[in-house]
Design a protein around this ligand. Structure first.
Ligand code: C2E
Ligand code: MG
Ligand code: MG
Ligand code: MG
Length: 291
């Protein structure tokens, strides 16, 4: 819902004030300014181990606190950032900020906690030294590389881009984990699984939202989970909004859940408090709302 609000906010300005091209340039200029002025921030959404109910991981989600338009979600500015190449600088910022925060949480609250960051194809493609720079940075933070998962959407490696494929493999070679995001929404999900070693598969929200009523989606989710497990891949269900969805997916052996039912994306401080609270709890989901 907040995504819709944000989009309206922008589109309310765009057509009235400026021609489309002018608007795009304006947006790019604002993005650059925003980066320099530290208007970006990360929210973190819990990823819960379905068996134990514990928040074992979080996904870092980018937000732009625009001085005029309020908080903007990534769908509103990532495409422009990708088109312009600014995604490289923005993505570097995300990587550094997220890992700095992860190191703090592991130190203070949860030693085994992990983080997922989204990486766009263009970002991997465009940055010459990204992989080595990132590894150096992790080392500076004394962070194990396997505490970090890189989320990519399919399509990244299937457009014949060898260099990007090589970078993904280098990241994995260095111990980072790779998640295939929004699984099932593209044309080539299955051939991707065949070609690249994946650690996690994230079932897209569109397969989860009509559970458990939809017989089709029940079959698809069960089959995806079974197939992934046979390939040695762990499964995260996205967009889990109800207790019934959680129960169904857990019953099918799904490993992790992410969605409003476990928690909305929240600021770093709130997630830190959640981790502290869970540290002293035997059964965190037992205390979850809606239970
Ligand atoms: P994603 O990686 O698939 O992230 C999940 C999106 O689903 C997030 O939207 C999250 O707020 C939303 N979501 C989570 N649980 C639920 C739920 O139970 N119900 C519903 N209806 N929605 C839920 P958000 O934050 O707007 O991000 C949208 C997309 O933007 C992300 O999709 C990701 O592809 C991209 N993105 C976010 N941060 C970054 C970033 O730092 N870099 C890049 N390149 N892309 C990013
Ligand atoms: Mg993601
Ligand atoms: Mg996703
Ligand atoms: Mg998604």
């Amino acid at each position: 819902a907040s995504k819709e609000k944000g989009r309206n906010r922008f589109s309310r300005f765009a057509p009235e004030m400026l021609h489309e091209e002018q608007w795009r340039l304006q947006l790019l200029h604002e993005l650059e300014k925003g980066l320099a002025r530290e208007q970006f921030m990360l929210h973190y959404q819990p990823i819960v181990d379905m068996a134990s109910g514990r928040t074992v991981k979080a996904e870092a989600l980018l937000r732009w606190e625009h001085p005029l338009h309020g908080v903007l979600s990534p769908g509103e500015f990532i495409p422009a950032a990708e088109e312009s190449g600014l995604i490289v600088a923005l993505g570097d910022w995300v990587f550094r900020e997220a890992t700095r925060q992860l190191a703090e949480w592991r130190h203070l609250a949860a030693p085994a906690f992990e983080l997922s960051v989204n990486v766009s194809p263009r970002q991997l493609h465009a940055s010459e030294h990204a992989v080595q720079d990132w590894l150096d940075w992790l080392q500076q933070l004394a962070l194990r590389s396997d505490s970090l998962t890189v989320e990519i959407t399919e399509g990244v490696l299937l457009d014949g881009d060898q260099a990007t494929g090589a970078k993904m493999l280098a990241l994995q070679g260095a111990g980072l984990k790779v998640a295939l995001d929004d699984f099932g929404t593209g044309y080539s999900s299955l051939s991707y699984l065949k070609r690249f070693p994946i650690d996690f598969l994230k079932i897209d929200r569109s397969f989860v939202s009509k559970l458990p009523q939809s017989q089709e989606d029940r079959v698809l989710c069960s089959a995806i989970i079974a197939m992934a497990h046979q390939l040695g891949i762990e499964v995260v269900a996205e967009g889990v909004e109800t207790r019934e969805q959680h129960i169904f997916l857990r019953g099918q052996g799904c490993d992790y859940g992410q969605g409003y039912w476990y928690g909305r994306p929240m600021n770093a401080r709130s997630l830190g408090e959640r981790l502290q609270a869970e540290a002293g709890q035997a059964d965190p989901l037992g205390a979850a709302p809606g239970q």
